[in-house]
Design a protein around this ligand. Structure first.
Ligand SMILES: Nc1nc2c(ncn2[C@@H]2O[C@H](COP(=O)(O)OP(=O)(O)O)[C@@H](O)[C@H]2O)c(=O)[nH]1
Ligand SMILES: [Mg+2]
Length: 296
């Protein structure tokens, strides 16, 4: 667990840079003047914390005098926790994982990371290449499977991802796999054919009477736009959880907090790099502390 906390803190370096700087300036002050409030408002907003959440914090800080024992950092964490607190039941009970999202968000990498995560937890895990649009994507996933030493199923002779999913899940269940992780092609919600194809893949995966988890992968660099991706994909199939990738390379990490606040879909993991171990279970309090803490 300690390792995950460390990763959360260091992976957020771009988002936290200005925030930490601002919090360190106000550290020890009993109340904040207008300039300090303005600066805080600006850095929180730039990190893609929503306007609404930013204003709530600023309003609260504006009317607040700190006691000797309190810090602005603690106040920040407490306020957001109070406002957005939700149960995150990141449970391990699904068997079939559909990894979906728009192009380039990190679906293939995240499929490998999730497979590795469950394998390390002792689950018998396998990967399925169902991106029938890019041979390179199947090859990429196959390479991950070799590296992780897990079973890999795909079928280059068909362009129908639903048929790959059907065969792969059938064989995976027969061999008693606990986790069948399916990588799919990138698609935009406004592409009707591709969204119908996704619905079909979903329907097929539901036929087995096993718990299916639909995981939407979102590149955190897109900030508030990620919220739209979640809403749009949800119109076609029920999205069960989110993975926010590339947290390590963005200054907009505050989007995770807005998402917890606004969406009824939990964030299960955040991606913190290109390596297979760079996947961290999302935990709101740790994340918030990672944004404002000077430790690393
Ligand atoms: N820095 C960083 N890069 C990532 C992360 N996740 C994926 N990538 C990179 O993003 C690029 C696209 O990833 P890929 O998994 O192929 O995306 P896909 O098109 O959605 O399948 C690759 O170069 C990955 O190594 C992450 O969490 N952090
Ligand atoms: Mg891919």
């Amino acid at each position: 667990m300690f390792n995950f906390i460390k990763k959360t803190f260091s992976g957020l370096h771009k988002t936290r840079k200005n925030i930490i700087n601002t919090f360190s300036k106000i550290h020890g002050k009993k109340y904040l003047n207008q300039n300090e409030l303005d600066e805080l408002e600006s850095v929180l907003f730039q990190s893609d914390l929503s306007y609404e959440l930013t204003m709530e914090i600023i309003n609260e800080f504006e009317s607040k005098t700190l006691d000797d024992m309190e810090t602005w950092e603690d106040k920040f964490v407490d306020l957001i926790k109070l406002k957005v607190a939700k149960e995150n039941n990141n449970s391990d009970n699904a068997k079939i994982y559909l990894i979906i999202g728009v192009n380039g968000t990190g679906k293939t990498t995240t499929s490998a990371k999730i497979c590795n995560y469950y394998k390390n937890k002792g689950f018998k895990s396998m990967l399925v290449g169902a991106d029938t649009y890019r041979a390179a994507a199947v090859e990429q996933l196959k390479m991950w499977s070799k590296k992780l030493n897990v079973k890999f199923v795909s079928n280059e002779s068909t362009k129908d991802p639903a048929s790959i999913v059907y065969d792969a899940v059938t064989s995976g269940l027969k061999d008693d796999f606990d986790k069948i992780i399916i990588d799919t092609a990138g698609r935009l919600h406004n592409s009707v054919n591709l969204m119908q194809e996704l619905e079909k893949v979903y329907r097929v995966s539901k036929k087995f009477n096993e718990k299916v988890k639909v995981v939407l992968v979102i590149d955190s660099n897109v900030g508030q736009n990620g919220m739209n991706q979640a809403l749009e994909f949800s119109k076609f199939i029920p999205v069960d959880s989110l993975v926010l990738t590339k947290m390590d390379g963005t200054a907009k990490g505050g989007i995770a907090v807005s998402m917890v606040d606004k969406l009824n879909i939990p964030i299960d993991f955040i991606g913190m790099g290109e390596g297979v171990d760079d996947l961290v279970p999302f935990e709101l309090e740790t994340f918030l502390k990672g944004l404002i803490s000077n430790e690393n």
